[in-house]
Design a protein around this ligand. Structure first.
Ligand code: GUN
Ligand code: ZN
Length: 447
């Protein structure tokens, strides 16, 4: 049996999806977490106090968050680390926006000190926004990406990340020699893939078909096969002009997705951002290969890229989660992304519970990591957030005594970074507000 301080009980209103349709919901609930950062039990605190697990422990630490919400950590399935400096710079469609704002900002990552500074900012922001799993693109630079992994390792972040690969149709400062891109990616994967019991995972990251030769795309597929459990992360069918470009560049392909399919890039743990302009054949291919999509509604609004076929993907049983796509998405808060997912649909009404599912367990499923994270269930990793909707003006003071549906609706439609009191990854606080810091002192309870 665990001795003295090995169990911490976090008390609050525990809400978590269990599947696409089911939720667990305990007011006066508790999450019991081991010192190794695993969830030992979830349930009503009254009952858990009487359980053999707690009785056998002799004593435990209690952190009482009162009426505040305890939710699974948020999953951001697609965003760009080097772009945090470029949010809110729009007025153009994808390709000209990339040339005007993004490529210059990414070129600065040749300076590793600059890259490290931005990485600190980036991972602190992820934690402050309640994101506990992020699928991240860096830049083409090996040293800058290495620095980003070092920062994530030190801060306790959980990420799927990789250096961007670009060997065609790109500015000179961001054009790599194909084999060097492959070698640098392999070296980074060797060093970081699986770090700290899989807290850091590697994604081979050809930016998009526009900036790739077919040799580079094929190599990405081969590298993924070389490193079990690694990912492919890229963009797919986001903007009309981009699709036309790809069509001209790869004339012997049926569609944009087919470019990736021919390069053997599809399969489990292949994550394609956007996927707005797919036909039924493509959707079926995504589904049957077990590939995943990252739906990025805020970005799609911002760059006027189009509308993701949410209902169709849902009905087809395609794996997909939500992505902020910072900086094309202006905010890192997944609550803002959930709201935009609802708002961008012209006629399809998406339930708040479905949206929260997509930003937690649905995202974890799309990353094939739902056996470890995404929901608050026994034996999963203790990745959770403490949320207090009262922290934001415009949300009524008595919200926490209303029904869970009212609470979830206000989170999804009114939420942002201000709601996050604390963020835990594997049982360790990676962000705490001053209120949460004081509460986390907790007390020792003897039984
Ligand atoms: N397609 C290729 N690169 C990018 C990028 O940085 N952002 C977005 N939104 N789309 C892309
Ligand atoms: Zn993107």
């Amino acid at each position: 049996m665990p001795s003295d301080t090995e169990i911490t009980a976090y008390l609050g209103h525990v809400i978590s999806p269990l599947s696409e349709k089911e939720y667990l919901d305990y007011r006066g609930g508790a999450l019991l977490v081991s010192s190794a950062g695993k969830i030992l039990a979830v349930g009503p605190w009254e009952e858990l106090q009487k359980s053999a697990l707690v009785r056998g422990a002799g004593s435990l630490k209690v952190v009482d968050y009162g009426e505040r919400l305890i939710l699974p950590g948020l999953v951001d399935l697609h965003l760009h680390l080097p772009q945090v400096t470029q949010t809110g710079r729009s007025g153009e469609h994808l390709l000209s926006w990339l040339n005007r704002y993004i490529f210059p900002a990414e070129s600065r990552f040749a300076d590793t000190d600059h890259a490290r500074k931005i990485a600190h900012w980036f991972f602190d922001e992820l934690a402050r926004n309640g994101t506990t799993l992020a699928c991240v693109m860096t830049t083409i630079h090996k040293e800058a990406t290495d620095a980003a992994f070092e920062v994530a390792a030190a801060k306790g972040s959980r990420v799927i990340m990789g250096k961007v690969m670009m060997d065609a149709n790109s500015p000179e400062a961001l054009t790599e020699e194909t084999e060097k891109s492959v070698e640098d990616s392999r070296a980074l994967a060797r060093k970081w893939h699986g770090y700290d019991n899989d807290r850091l995972l590697y994604a081979f990251t050809p930016r998009f078909a526009v900036s790739s030769t077919s040799r580079l795309l094929q190599a990405a597929g081969e590298l993924k096969a070389e490193f079990p459990g690694s990912f492919i992360h890229t963009h797919l069918a986001e903007a009309r002009e981009e699709i036309q470009f790809v069509h001209d560049q790869f004339p012997r392909t049926r569609s944009y997705l087919d470019v990736y399919d021919q390069a053997k890039m599809l399969g489990q743990r292949s994550i394609f951002a956007h996927a707005i302009h797919l036909d039924d054949h493509d959707i079926n291919t995504v589904k049957t290969t077990g590939s995943s999509l990252a739906h990025c509604p805020s970005s799609n609004f911002f760059l006027k890229s189009g509308v993701f076929a949410y209902q169709k993907m849902q009905e087809a049983g395609v794996l997909f989660g939500l992505g902020s796509d910072v900086a094309a998405g202006p905010a890192m808060s997944m609550f803002c992304v959930m709201k935009d997912a609802q708002f961008i649909q012209p006629s399809y009404w998406i339930d708040p519970r479905e949206l929260l599912y997509r930003a937690t367990l649905g995202g974890a499923r799309a990353a094939w990591l739902d056996d470890q994270v995404g929901s608050l269930e026994e034996s999963k990793e203790a990745d959770f957030i403490i949320v207090d909707p009262r922290r934001k003006t415009g949300i009524v003071d008595n919200i926490l005594s209303q029904s869970s549906d009212e609470i979830l609706s206000s989170l999804v439609f009114l939420g942002d970074d201000r709601l996050i009191e604390a963020t835990y990854v594997r049982g360790r606080a990676v962000y705490e507000s001053t209120t949460a810091l004081a509460l986390a002192q907790g007390y020792q309870m003897s039984l």
